[in-house]
Design a protein around this ligand. Structure first.
Ligand code: PEP
Ligand code: MN
Length: 363
């Protein structure tokens, strides 16, 4: 059952949208000139609908560039005036929210570190209460879907209906090639809980490097995301923050050219019929799978009774290791992912043992 909160589609606050929502602009606004020049270059690409630029930058360690501050809001107003593009920035406390609203910014977003703090989200919600602000919420740094949902609930209770989620990846718990690992499972879970909520992807903060942006963006569209927020700077080599992950507007255009945007559904009848046939086959195979599983469990039950009669424990470590090793090998020879087979048999075996201990406890 989905969560019942009222959310407007993107078209409601961005009527000119005719494609996925692409938001682009520098990680940080640095100078008036860099802000304007980057915006002029991006405005020529009609696939870019919103200009982003960080004004207050949350930095993990102090001492690096922490943003240009409030003057940047004025530059964003100038961008909108000159190019007509809606503009947005990140807000991380009540004061930012007040200033950004006062400056009339079109889009505000709550960054990943802030989403992780319900106090921060609430103080922002209190400021935007009763306005028709567009508020985007990045996922919290930890993969806790409830914290993400909670932020939308706080904003919704403040009367905000123009809401969008941004998947920007999660803090990795070990060394990974990406800066923040994308956790599509959490994104799917968010979609299940809030089916009407538009979700876009921020490949820049997921990848951390230019070379990964294409693959992550394509994956986002394959997963049915509604758009991208992507960092673009007129000259990334001298950016004051996130220089490795920013694209020039020209490279952004090339990336957008290569992306294949898939439809969630189609009107093509032949496609629908073929899909229906394939889905029927999947349904039949799933039934077979469950019937086989049920027979397997019945045998496990018999084994349980047999073990009980002979006073032998339900769990035998040797047998468990043997099952795991052999099944993974067999699965791989059948073209199945070893990890999937491993997990599957872990669950099956765990449930067999649970059932057998129940049998042993019966009078
Ligand atoms: C940003 O968008 O520049 C940013 C700081 O993002 P995040 O909150 O995802 O780290
Ligand atoms: Mn950044």
């Amino acid at each position: 059952m989905g969560l019942q909160i009222e959310i407007n589609p993107i078209k409601h606050w961005l009527p000119q949208i005719n494609n996925p929502l692409i938001i682009a602009g520098p990680c940080s606004l640095e100078t008036e000139e860099q802000t304007m020049e980057t915006a002029r270059m991006l405005a020529k690409d009609h696939r870019v609908f919103v200009y982003r630029g960080g004004v207050w930058k949350p930095r993990t360690r102090p001492g690096s560039f922490e943003g240009i501050g409030s003057i940047g809001l004025k530059w964003l107003q100038m961008v909108r005036e000159e190019t007509g593009m809606p503009v947005g920035t990140e807000i991380a406390n009540a004061q930012h929210a007040e200033e950004a609203l006062k400056a009339g910014l079109d889009v505000l977003w709550i960054g990943a570190r802030s989403t992780a703090s319900p106090f921060v989200v609430q103080e922002i919600a209190d400021v935007v209460q009763g306005t028709d602000a567009v508020v985007m919420v990045k996922n919290p740094v930890n993969p806790d879907v409830q914290l993400w949902v909670g932020a939308f609930e706080r904003l919704s209770r403040a009367g905000i209906k123009n809401l969008v989620a941004i998947h920007r990846g999660f803090t990795p718990f070990r060394e990974t090639e990406y800066r923040n690992y994308p956790n599509w499972k959490t994104v799917i879970e968010l979609r299940r809980i809030m089916p009407n909520l538009p979700i876009i992807c921020d490949p820049s903060h997921i990848g951390g490097k230019r070379e990964y942006l294409y693959d992550i963006s394509q994956k986002a569209f394959d997963m049915g995301m509604d758009g991208l927020m992507i960092e673009s700077h007129r000259d990334p080599s001298c950016a004051l923050s996130d220089k490795e992950q920013q694209l020039t507007p020209a490279d952004l255009a090339k990336l957008l050219d290569r992306l294949i945007i898939r439809n969630v559904t189609t009107d093509n009848k032949q496609f629908e019929n073929q899909l229906e046939l394939l889905r029927n086959r999947i349904d039949a195979l799933d039934r077979e799978l469950l019937e086989v599983l049920s027979s397997r469990m019945e045998i496990a039950r018999q084994i349980g009774r047999y073990k009980k009669e002979n006073n032998v424990t339900a769990f035998q470590v040797g047998r468990f290791s043997e099952i795991m090793e052999k099944r993974v090998k067999l699965g791989e020879s059948l073209n199945l992912n070893g990890h999937l087979v491993h997990q599957l048999f872990q669950h099956i075996h765990e449930d067999s043992v649970r059932m057998q201990t129940e049998i042993m406890d019966e009078e």
